[in-house]
Design a protein around this ligand. Structure first.
Ligand SMILES: C[S@@+](CC[C@H](N)C(=O)[O-])C[C@H]1O[C@@H](n2cnc3c(N)ncnc32)[C@H](O)[C@@H]1O
Length: 280
């Protein structure tokens, strides 16, 4: 049974990086008139209230979106991200944080499609209500990793698979890589985005090694850390691995990540990585 609820973490530093990169990729896909297909394998509930118990328990958003909310010196990509989050909030009050389904929906044109998968029996109901009726969007109460394979390649032959697992069990790490390799075999030109937490660095090293060994080309990694790695419990950093990224993304992240590491780093311990895991 799944116990993870993203509402505890909504708007934290990991969501800032995750959603900022997602927005950059969606902006890029929207530059051509040709339709694109987006698959969100771990959709979550779609929206989070920052005024309710879940979010208020650890107030993780305070070291994420809330720190950026009122700043007037944001780098361009951070400003675009904050502007989008503001469209979900009335006036200047930060009370609501959109999840990936609502963020992606903002970028869909009439010709684009979105597939959303969510396994949790409560989150799926919230998701269905949040997304509402929309002929471009299909929502499934099903396993996003298993079911996405059957959708690939999409008829559009253009698109994004966004993989945002909760890594509740250790086997999730090898499972996501195996699945990503399988997906890529079916749709090698698609863009894939895999989010990862850094809780125990050795797991991340294994994940990166497995990806390098896979032979998949054109893979970049963007990581934002707010503390130095530790053996204690808790996430110190998180990152996005992007297969077939927009060619503009690495340069944009060079402008963004050093700034975010300073803005969100705790006691001057912020840091970042921008790496090419496999060349083109
Ligand atoms: C990190 S949260 C997703 C957050 C969301 N992508 C966002 O940006 O707002 C992970 C979600 O995946 C769901 N989940 C876990 N395993 C899944 C699977 N195999 N297929 C679909 N959903 C899954 C969990 O219930 C949880 O809601």
């Amino acid at each position: 049974m799944l116990s993870y609820r993203h509402s505890f973490h909504a708007g934290n530093f990991a969501d800032v990086l995750k959603h900022l990169v997602l927005i950059k990729i969606l902006e890029y896909l929207g530059k051509k008139d040709k339709p694109f297909c987006c698959i969100d394998t771990h959709a979550g509930p779609g929206v989070y209230s920052l005024n309710e118990d879940f979010a208020l328990k650890n107030k993780e958003f305070e070291n994420g979106i809330a720190k950026l909310w009122l700043r007037d010196d944001l780098p361009e990509s951070v400003a675009a991200y904050v502007k989008l989050i503001k469209t979900f909030n009335g006036k200047d009050q930060l009370s609501c944080y959109p999840g990936s389904p609502l963020i992606i929906k903002q970028f869909l044109r009439s010709q684009d499609r979105l597939f959303l998968y969510e396994l949790h029996s409560t989150e799926i109901h919230i998701l269905v209500n949040t997304v509402g009726k929309d002929r471009r969007i299909k929502v499934f109460h099903a396993d996003g990793l298993k079911n996405t394979i059957g959708l690939l390649p999409p008829i559009e032959h253009r698109g994004l698979v966004f993989i945002d697992p909760s890594y509740e069990i250790k086997s999730d790490y090898p499972l996501v890589i195996e699945t990503l390799i399988h997906m890529h075999r079916r749709f090698a030109t698609g863009t894939y985005v895999l989010w990862y937490p850094v809780v125990e660095r050795s797991r991340n090293r294994q994940l990166e090694r497995a990806l390098k060994k896979s032979g998949i080309k054109n893979v970049q990694l963007f990581e934002l850390g707010i503390k130095t790695d530790t053996h204690e419990l808790g996430m110190t950093a998180s990152g996005m691995i992007v297969v077939n990224p927009p060619w503009t993304l690495a340069a944009e992240m060079q402008q963004t990540l050093p700034w975010l590491a300073i803005a969100l780093g705790i006691e001057n311990s912020g840091r970042y990585r921008i790496e090419t895991l496999a060349g083109e």
